[in-house]
Design a protein around this ligand. Sequence first.
Ligand SMILES: Cc1cc2nc3c(=O)[nH]c(=O)nc-3n(C[C@H](O)[C@H](O)[C@H](O)COP(=O)(O)OP(=O)(O)OC[C@H]3O[C@@H](n4cnc5c(N)ncnc54)[C@H](O)[C@@H]3O)c2cc1C
Length: 477
Amino acid sequence: MGSTADTYAVLKELLKGSGAEVLMPDSEGYEESIVRWSEHCIKKAHAVVKVSNADDISKTLKFVKEHKIPFVVKGGGHSTSGSSSIDDGLVIDLSKLRKVSVDTEAKTIKAEGGTIWEDVDIEAAKYGLATVGGTVNHTGVGGLTLGGGYGYLTGKYGLTIDNLLSVDIVLASGELVTASATSYPDLFWAIRGAGQNFGVATSFTFQAHPQPNPVYAGPLIFLPEKLPQIVHLANKFHTQNDGNQAISVAFSCPPPSNAPVILVQLFYNGPEEEAKLFYKDFLDLGPVANMASMMPYEKLNTLLNHAAGFDGRKQFGGGAFKLPLNPIFVQAIHGDFVDFVNAREQMGQSMMIFEIVPYEKMREAGNEEMAFSNRGDYYNVATIFKWFDPKLDDEVREFSRGLLSRASQAAGITPDEKVRSAEGVGIYGNYANTDAAATEIYGNNAKKLEELKHKYDPENLFSRGLRLVPKAKVVVN
Ligand SMILES: Cc1cc2nc3c(=O)[nH]c(=O)nc-3n(C[C@H](O)[C@H](O)[C@H](O)COP(=O)(O)OP(=O)(O)OC[C@H]3O[C@@H](n4cnc5c(N)ncnc54)[C@H](O)[C@@H]3O)c2cc1C
């Protein structure tokens, strides 16, 4: 058997002339190619293959199977579970697949598999259109869509996958197929929520919606003493919105002072006067800073980019909560968050976010209609911990889980109920750790997913994301 360099020379030869690049640790551009949103996910891959089309992907998959090389697929690189980075193998990097095209007549957007939401938002806005995309526009269209997808427009149009019309995907066999309601419908069912497990998506076609008007959005910053009133107003929002609004209530202790603050992110899809009237109680509550204003839609998903920058180690976690919330309970959770963050070095940019995105529209689909199983009478809560010292890795992970579990239990969603409930599992797969059991994320859909996994990926080639088959059945990768 030859050296690693010899092995990858074979792959280079296979992909020659296609526009693909095979980067090795001594190649120009290699260090940049292994950067991920969280520093602890920066891993020294043996090779990074920047594919330029579906054929490159098929050939690379055939190559990794033949040489038994572990691999991952990288979209926007935002997973904090490390599912798009690898130490001892190969990365199929989709960053050359960034094209977006808009069909104005059919009102559809076709986005290649390596696009980020910025690409989609900007191109669609040229035609006064938009679809449901991520709230931080440097996240990948790939990972976010394949796991479900919540955005500011969810209240009006449902999840990203509710607006997904078709997906071009290279399967484990190397075959490129189109999955939609009429072509490979069982695969299309699986892709919408568990897509990372079924292949490499080379393009997504989304339903677009008219979005000609600017929107009102931005954060209000409050001192923690206002938390009980904020909870009261959030409880009112729950019953008063009509789907054209969304808010999130976040805890943080930003540097340099590391003093705790409560951020309330507002969104209103309509004129300024209406928005200010709708949010009057929040605006009158006395924020120490008010950065909400009118902006074109394509700027909306840039608002949190700075707070969610690429430096530092990160842990994304998720749970669920119901409204109305009890202010005393929220204050207790806030106290725990602040105590943990402030007792450790450089953790002030961490956040806990109660995402109050209206769910009536997304609940028009049932949990059995596609693999995604998190539709219910509750909202998502997320933690984004950020730190720099690797020694804190385990401690942060454990604390994050405990905090989210407490928030979720208060919502009445216990692990036992998750599996039984037709109400949804109470955890969004894209916020979960990859060691979660399939039933935790997919509830009653886990069994059907396992069957489809055997049909479309019998060797479990795509095994780096959420697990659909028991560990014992893993053959390759
Ligand atoms: C700052 C931040 C903000 C976020 N905001 C939102 C939000 O507003 N709404 C929301 O729903 N979620 C949000 N998320 C969660 C987000 O959906 C996930 O982190 C998602 O995995 C990111 O996808 P990615 O392509 O950037 O990541 P990656 O790490 O590249 O990929 C994640 C997983 O998807 C797979 N994958 C990616 N692209 C493809 C493809 N084309 N074909 C096959 N597999 C692929 C990867 O192999 C990996 O398993 C946010 C996350 C972060 C870090």
